[in-house]
Write a protein that binds this ligand. Structure first.
Ligand SMILES: NC(=O)c1ccc[n+]([C@@H]2O[C@H](COP(=O)([O-])OP(=O)(O)OC[C@H]3O[C@@H](n4cnc5c(N)ncnc54)[C@H](O)[C@@H]3O)[C@@H](O)[C@H]2O)c1
Ligand SMILES: N[C@@H](CCC=O)C(=O)O
Length: 496
């Protein structure tokens, strides 16, 4: 769908301040009833939604993701089929009240089966139950993963919350399809409220409501920082301390050791940097290569890059398509222009940008003589890979630059066959990534296998797709029941 057409549809359906506030009222009211819906019933609905996504609506979801977000066939399948279904099915197997256990969900059950100690069950019974929050949760999702939108809105809902889901302007179609499927599966009206809106209109109004109980955000650092500040400014006004979860950007690295397998390095880097035009928060965007391997790595990267077909996402031969919109096009192009104009930088592959029929940017490789140039430090969120070639004698110093030159800590990878080096690198780079890869690319986490999230300015690291994530949306209540009469106010030592 051409972007300006999407914008027109979006404007037509955008919620204004009054509609956002109406949705808040509906959610706050619905929460009370929804929270009383027993877990087995909620689980049946989630299972049904996953089944609809996996069968009847799989093609529709994938097509919506391809048309709306310009994902190729394989990228759409990874996202709006596989990952979205995994979020629903793996989380829906989290059964808090019945001993239903399946292999994929066993770790979730382990995390939630804890019950407090009851020293003498004839006298007292202690238990813990999970409620939703006393208010509403705002789920604010990014354009780049249909699955992330589904997870942000429906995991809090599974835990008993009522949600306002604000989709991204540029992912409306697939997110709407997800919402419709969930309604068909039986999620009652008012539990998840689909509220397309201008970002600031939505953000300003939810943070002005006393009923805001949580924000489940994925997107850029500036947007999350703004929301956090607004919550802080209004802190005396809320009924709860709103729970803030935010997964943000990255400047993800591939560090190559002289002992690395060059073929893995080349293939892993091309895929990580250029799949979906580098518009994955985990995409490799900076790379550090030793001088001794540079001729082979450079040859491999340039050869593979030149074979990539960039075109219509519905063409099975396309590796990637256009970037998401004109704003992204301008931002990415400005970094490529910077590379073309800077004496420290050289564009060694790609570099062409053409917005005549779509926002097309060639997969671009830039070599930087300066490891601290902004192109090596800032998130670009596009198909631009920046490379610093280091002297083999300066591994330690280069690792230090990898660890401390950006504000982010989302994903990173080291490639090496030398086991002693790997042991050392895992320690030296400990704080650089929430998701760390050894001899593998920095993208492609799978729900339940590599729980996802970064620290530092990359986010609150609550690990979507892992056992702890659900608990962040639960509001546990400890209950003590006493079975013997309370007969006295005197303490035992007074009775002698
Ligand atoms: N860490 C992760 O798991 C992860 C995953 C995907 C994307 N991302 C990050 O997301 C970014 C790309 O996504 P994007 O371009 O959609 O991000 P964005 O920050 O521009 O938008 C995210 C969402 O916030 C909304 N928004 C904008 N201004 C707002 C405001 N003032 N109040 C409330 N909501 C507002 C947008 O409309 C959108 O729905 C990148 O930085 C990427 O790294 C991170
Ligand atoms: N699950 C994704 C990360 C999502 C970010 O956009 C990956 O690891 O590729």
């Amino acid at each position: 769908m051409p972007h300006n057409h999407k914008k027109q549809i979006a404007k037509f359906y955008y919620a204004d301040k009054n509609l956002v506030n109406k949705a808040i009222d509906v959610a706050t009211e619905t929460q009370k009833k929804w929270d009383r819906t027993p877990f087995p019933e909620r689980l049946r609905i989630w299972e049904k939604a996953a089944s609809l996504m996996a069968n009847e609506y799989r093609a529709k979801l994938n097509a919506a993701t391809m048309l709306g977000q310009a994902k190729t066939i394989i990228q759409a399948e990874i996202d709006s089929a596989a990952e979205l279904i995994d979020f629903f099915r793996k989380f829906s197997l989290l059964d808090l009240s019945f001993p239903l256990c399946r292999i994929n969900a066993y770790f979730l059950k382990e995390a939630t089966k804890y019950q407090p100690i009851s020293e003498d069950p004839r006298v007292t019974k202690n238990s813990m139950r999970y409620r939703g929050f006393d208010g509403f949760v705002a789920a604010i999702s990014p354009f780049n993963f249909t699955a992330i939108g589904g997870n942000l809105a429906y995991t809090p809902a599974l835990m008993g919350n009522a949600v306002l889901w604000k989709p991204s302007d540029t992912a409306l179609l697939s997110n709407w399809v997800t919402f419709q499927i969930c309604r068909e599966a039986g999620v009652p009206p008012g539990v998840v409220n689909f509220v397309p809106a201008d970002g600031p209109v939505f953000g300003d109004n939810i943070t002005a409501s006393p009923h805001l109980a949580g924000i489940n955000f994925t997107g850029s650092v500036p947007t999350f920082s703004r929301l956090w500040k607004q919550v802080a400014q209004n802190i005396g006004m809320f009924r709860n301390f709103p729970r803030l979860i935010g997964e943000c950007g990255g400047k993800n690295f591939h560090f190559i050791h002289p002992s690395a397998d060059v073929e893995s390095v080349v293939n892993g880097t091309i895929r990580s940097a250029f799949e979906f035009c580098g518009q994955k928060c985990s995409a490799c965007s900076r790379m550090y290569v030793p001088e001794s391997l540079w001729p082979q790595v450079k040859k491999g990267l340039l050869e593979k890059r030149s074979q990539l077909k960039i075109g219509d996402p519905t063409d099975v031969k396309s590796f990637t398509s256009a970037v998401i919109d004109n704003k992204a096009f301008d931002r990415i192009k400005s970094y490529i222009d910077h590379a073309k104009n800077s004496p420290n930088l050289e564009v060694i592959g790609g570099g062409k940008c053409d917005d005549s029929v779509g926002y097309f940017i060639e997969p671009t490789i830039v070599q930087s003589k300066d490891p601290l140039d902004k192109i090596m430090k800032e998130e670009i969120f596009g198909p631009v890979l920046s490379i610093f070639v280091y002297k083999d004698s300066q591994i330690k110093e280069t690792l230090d630059i990898v660890a401390n030159s950006t504000q982010f800590a989302l994903t990173g990878a080291v490639f090496a066959q030398d086991e002693n080096f790997l042991k050392q690198a895992i320690e030296d780079l400990k704080m650089t990534a929430g998701n760390f890869y050894v001899n593998d690319k920095s993208t492609g986490s799978v729900v339940g296998q590599q729980p996802f999230g970064g620290a530092r300015m990359s986010g609150t690291n609550d690990k979507a797709g892992g056992p702890h994530y659900c608990l962040r949306w639960g509001n546990p209540q400890a209950i003590k029941e006493t079975f013997v009469p309370l007969k006295d106010i005197e303490y035992p030592y007074m009775q002698q």
